[in-house]
Write a protein that binds this ligand. Sequence first.
Ligand code: PEP
Ligand code: MG
Length: 586
Amino acid sequence: MSFTVHGLAVSRGIAIGRAVIVASSRVDVAHYFVKADQVESEIERLRAARKGVYEEIVRVQGSLSELGSNDAHPELSALLDVHLMLLQDEQLTSGVKHWIVDRHYNAEWALTTQLEVIARQFDEMEDPYLRERKADLEQVVERMLRFMRGVASPVAVASPAPATGRADPLVDVPLVLIAHDLSPADMLQFKQSVFAGFVTDVGGKTSHTAIVARSMDIPAVVGARSASHLINQDDWVVIDGDAGVVIVDPSPIVLAEYGAKQRKGEVERERLSRLKNTPAITLDGQKIELLANIEQPGDAAAALRAGAVGVGLFRTEFLFMGRNGKLPDEEEQYRAYCLAVEGMQGLPVTIRTVDVGADKPLDRTPVRAGEDHLNPALGLRAIRWSLSEPAMFLAQLRAVLRAAAHGSVNLLVPMLAHASEIRQTLALVQRAREQLDARGQAHGPVRLGAMIEVPAAALTVPLFLRHFDFLSVGTNDLIQYTLAIDRADETVSHLYDPVHPAVLQLLASTIAQARAAGKGVSVCGEMAGDVAMTRLLLGLGLRSFSMHPSQILAVKQQILRCDTGKLATWAHSVLVAEDPAALMAD
Ligand code: PEP
Ligand code: MG
């Protein structure tokens, strides 16, 4: 039966494919296709894991009886019997085999997919005893996954997932991923994956998970509430990333309609790609700087392909996330920054110091025990975290300064609000230089920039202009903190309003003051890449935009049609309007 789930449109385009439901706890399992001639060896890995786990359990049972503790723990022995039984369960074994043979999933992926199928059946059972067997099944699968982790897959190394985001032609079934939640780090892991679209139950429009989805240029809908419960493994799904709608089990007519929309989108992209080498100049001759936001050094290629004239925001925190506490040292960071600098072939690269915290936890568990009453967006985040970890911060600063010896580098600091934070940050930059001098290590000059993303900063712009060479407005956070709306919370996303008069006034005055002081100012929040905002930002005097590479050409198209002289008067009327959104359509 066909039905529709509504969520938030976060990454444009249409994806049509079969659903892969991934439980949040299993998103770190590798997802890739195996080739036809590797199917047998993949099944063999699975057999070996089953045999290994079987022997493991039998060993544990043996040691229990040796200790004479069998009588003392009859439940434990009975539980292990259940695990042995589940391990050989026909539905598990044949189901997993089906995903490998018919779909060419790697063994781990096949195993977790079948677990999800059976887990749902358990959920629907009336008998509470049987329902509880789900936990046992999960434990058995976890044991098998652990066993397989110990025995690396030769296939995973030899044949990484296709980088196209499309299905393997061997199998030719496009797949879309449905999950309750994905952390930004999880999303990043799927960057080189097989999925043609994403849907999550939770998340806001400018949550970092949504931002990474947009950077992948793959249709995505977040905040779709109970999508991961309503949709079943293997259901056919249409993801409309423009409207924020997910259609499950669509009728042939609906499928044809979306197929046509999908083709139209492809034609539009093709048309836009011709603008790559066209300079971004308005009708009245204003030259506009279009920069790229990147998450990894490798994204520099996409930035160049889109015609970016530099990187306006390198979110370095993605080098730090999902590493189980083992943070990258100075050398690893230095290599990563050099890669980005080299990748941009002489164009400037703005490296932002690490911005972890809030919806970008270092590791998967965002909240520490006993701290779930705290609001991480107001906590130890971004520069606050860096200043609380001076050794780590100095290592990052040294790595950036060393990379600056190889090209044009700007250093950008997130979430500053206090004069004392500015003083400490600048003192640490100086200390990092002295440390490099003492080591005799080469380093280069950097232009220093401050992000304006807290109302306190937007209201004290002259302080920032005295200490920094340029400003970059982080509208994602500026909106969040001005309107007291958690950007990652879909339940208040309707109040997350980029054109709220308070936001516009802070934005307009920041741009005006920076320009009057002759200093550079750009916007690097999602607003910069939203074509519906281009005219307004130009009208407010913005001449530098930083956004995901996938959005650059569409924004450029808008710019080419604009006359900034005419837009200034109109933007002023939007700025003073009681309901700016009503004027935006003019
Ligand atoms: C912003 O807040 O607008 C910004 C660009 O930083 P981030 O989205 O990484 O918080
Ligand atoms: Mg921010």
